[in-house]
Unconditional design. Sequence first.
Length: 256
Amino acid sequence: MKPVDLLFAAVLFSFSSTVVAVSEIRTAAQEASDPKFVTIYKDGKQAVGGICVDIMRAVERVDPGLRFIGDQSWQPRARLEAGAIAGTIDVICGSLRSKDRMAKFDFIETSLFSVDYVLAVRADDIVHVNNWEDVRRLGDNGVVLAIQGFGVVDLLHEIGGLKIDAGANSSKSNLDKLIAGRGRFYCHRAPGMMTEIRHWGQPEKVKVLPAVMMKENFYMITSKKMAPSDAKRLGAAIALLDKRGELAAMFEKYRD
């Protein structure tokens, strides 16, 4: 048996004498977060899928003592975070680490996947940037649009010196603002950016610049009020999926 399998078995054994029922982990599907959560059709009915749902089902498979509930109900990011602070939500799937979030929540140590952050501009914009310093030099002519409440907003503020507009609550709103000249750049993750542009319906009006502005890991957030035993088991299950290569395989399905 591999070391990670031994570790996982030890975690399960340590709770075997006290766990008499399945532990329910409360969560919700995050709105406007493709490919973390996406609308799918299953057996002719609308359902929620995406990489986070795949990860949850995989966790339940390797540890049948854990069961996620709420992943078929949509919530905006702000409501999810408020629930995690209050203790009515146990986990939020697919979150960036930031100073603000690390003060409010706990994080499962193993990252779920990593993404690139890229910039979209109007199709006729001849701007060329390689890094954030290039954007910073543009001053008021380099406003960066982002989605309100998303972790990337915290990271952009931490970079410093950027003109940021995070008033919109969706990619559609930000792409509309971009075309209207109310911002020079729209910062979003890839995978995800091209899907959002296609859903927006006017792909000929924008282009994605080739530079990768930053690469960030996404994690499973846990509420500080979540049962420590459940958090430990969840961490062990995610670590096992990572070591087996299953997290990487699931992520490959969702590349733009």
